[in-house]
Design a protein around this ligand. Structure first.
Ligand SMILES: Nc1ncnc2c1ncn2[C@@H]1O[C@H](COP(=O)(O)OP(=O)(O)OP(=O)(O)O)[C@@H](O)[C@H]1O
Ligand SMILES: [Mg+2]
Length: 555
């Protein structure tokens, strides 16, 4: 037998099989020059060669016949009959071939837009294939945390399993036969993914499996993507060639809930709220509310409002749209901006009290009265309006937050920040618009412990009780505490930083006491002044009374 007598390496065996058949007289090996074993091997190789030669020649003639028949078929078989022939061939093969194939092309739609389904499936397969497929393709991906992703190479196949059912995915490509003229750049090869499965699983695959794959693919893409920080372009720049309403950069703020210094209970409450929001798609639909949530962050400067927004974006994996209201010309522009934001995003308006004239309605009325009094020349009026910039009104902003348009897209968080919550119109911050009001306050002991752990890696220290006492007596924002905890030189250790903080706290306490004293003095002086003024008034009244009396007596 060949397999028994052939002892060469498999690669040599394959080499022998692939060698073309030799023509001519057989080679005679001299028994005197070869050992018996080697002779036997040579003989076996020789007979395999001969056998393969026959197979090759038969195969060659068969191929030639098939090609001839195919060429005749292509040339002479009538076109309309060919359609029927293909149809019946497919029906015939379907009897013996129980598998169904679904293909997903890379591009779809009129403008050769990249198919979302293809992208999602490819992401799903990339996540699953890198461990199982031998031939992988490395691709550079924009906007992803991993600059390189590995997907399966063309013509590779991967087996997947879903609810106990086996399915096969294959990546393929087609080179189009004819070149068509197009305005849009087309790649020569058309790539597609083919899913093969047994026909008895048709319902499972179409109803659940594909949805499962696409959802997983999208989730993986969301996990891997780099967050973006958008800002709105001034309304006057919207027309023209590019017409982009938002510009963006990669969002790289490192703030997280771990690094955020605040009361742990309050922090946990916020994280829970965010979790509930993220998982609340069905709930919001059930209660008939748009899937969005508003947060109002208020507190003195440097208490971590902006850091909180960054922590929320990183936690939720949402893009941030930083809306600069002063660059928005009017209410309709606000709506246009809203439409162009994506879901899974946070829309932020910082320092809302400074960005919009919340007494706009009243002012407008005053202006109107003035205008009626003295009509201006229209050119001057337009110039003045241009100078004034934004014409966004409070009602426009209210509509932006919870008008009908605000529901498009879904899964959006709106955040306002302010230093002066009392300045805001109650309508703007009522529950439903700003669902949760979060106060960011001065640094307490709990917040300090978080900062000490983050900045110095210290969880307890003998100086902590002193700091706790001083923090209770002063109002220092976390930004100042953090600054004091930053080592000022390479050799500075944690004790030095804590001492520097104590110094600053004592200084702040002294300053606050001095200021309180000064204020008390000023108040006292003002009170005395008022009393004096009152007395003088009474005196003056008394004098004038007497004069009246005197005058009366004269008359
Ligand atoms: N609660 C905090 N936790 C951790 N770091 C903080 C906190 N508050 C402030 N910081 C530090 O102080 C800096 C300023 O904070 P941040 O910009 O978040 O304050 P803010 O409240 O937005 O101030 P403003 O009202 O002036 O905008 C941050 O870069 C951060 O390092
Ligand atoms: Mg800020």
């Amino acid at each position: 037998m060949v397999s028994e007598s052939f002892r060469a390496h498999p690669s040599e065996y394959l080499l022998a099989l692939s060698r073309p058949p030799t023509i001519g007289p057989p080679i005679i090996y001299s028994p005197t020059k070869q050992t018996t074993e080697t002779n036997r091997n040579i003989f076996v190789i020789d007979s395999v060669e001969k056998m393969m030669g026959e197979v090759w020649s038969q195969l060659g003639s068969l191929m030639a016949s098939i090609m001839f028949v195919y060429a005749m078929y292509e040339q002479f078989f009538p076109r309309h009959l060919r359609i029927h022939a293909t149809k019946y061939t497919q029906k015939f093969t379907a009897v013996f071939y129980p598998y169904i194939q679904i293909s997903f092309s890379e591009f779809s739609g009129e403008r050769l837009k990249k198919s979302e389904a293809y992208t999602a499936i490819r992401t799903y397969l990339s996540a699953n294939s890198s461990q199982r497929v031998r031939r992988l393709k490395a691709e550079e991906v924009k906007d992803s945390q991993n600059p390189l992703i590995f997907s399966m190479e063309d013509n590779e196949e991967i087996t997947d399993e879903f609810q106990g059912v086996q399915l096969w995915w294959r990546a393929s490509y087609k080179v189009p036969k004819t070149q068509s003229f197009s305005f849009y750049p087309t790649s020569e090869e058309k790539r597609f993914l083919t899913l093969t499965f047994h026909k008895r699983h048709r319902d499972l695959v179409t109803a659940s499996y594909i949805q499962h794959v696409m959802k997983q693919g999208r989730d993986i893409a969301v996990q891997n993507r780099t967050l973006k920080l958008y800002t709105n372009n001034p309304s006057k720049d919207w027309s023209g060639y590019k017409q982009t309403k938002w510009s963006h950069v990669n969002f790289e703020h490192p703030s997280t809930f771990q690094t955020l210094a605040m009361d742990p209970k309050k922090k946990e409450e916020i994280v829970d709220d965010l979790d509930r929001f993220k998982a609340g798609k069905e709930y919001y639909a059930k209660v008939g509310k748009a899937w969005k949530r508003g947060y109002l962050l208020y507190g003195p400067p440097g208490t971590g409002k902006s850091s909180m927004i960054a922590a929320m974006a990183n936690y939720m994996n949402y893009d941030v749209y930083d809306l600069e209201l002063t660059a928005v010309k009017e209410n309709t522009d606000l709506r246009k901006l809203l439409i162009e934001t994506s879901s899974k995003s946070i829309i932020v308006i910082e320092d809302i009290d400074c960005s919009i004239d919340l007494t706009g309605q009243r002012k407008k009325k005053k202006e109107k009265d003035e205008d009626e009094e003295k009509p201006k020349n229209p050119e001057k009026k337009a110039e003045e309006e241009e100078k004034k910039g934004s014409k966004v009104t409070l009602s426009g902003l209210l509509n932006f937050i919870d008008g009908i348009w605000s529901a498009c897209g879904g899964e959006r968080i709106i955040i306002f920040t302010t230093n002066f919550v009392d300045k805001l119109d109650p309508a703007l911050i009522r529950r439903g618009r700003m669902d949760k009001h979060i106060e960011m306050s001065y640094c307490g002991y709990e917040a300090f412990k978080v900062l000490a752990k983050n900045y110095l890696g210290v969880e307890s220290h003998t100086l902590f009780p002193t700091i706790e006492k001083l923090l209770g007596e002063t109002n220092m924002p976390p930004a100042d505490v953090a600054e004091n905890l930053m080592p000022k030189s390479i050799v500075a250790d944690s004790e030095l930083c804590l001492k520097s903080l104590i110094e600053s706290l004592e200084e702040a306490k002294k300053k606050a006491e001095e200021e309180a004293e000064k204020k008390a003095k000023e108040d006292e002086e003002a009170r005395l002044k008022e009393e004096l003024a009152k007395e003088e008034k009474v005196e003056a009244n008394g004098k004038s009374g007497e004069e009246v009396k005197e005058n009366g007596s004269v008359h």
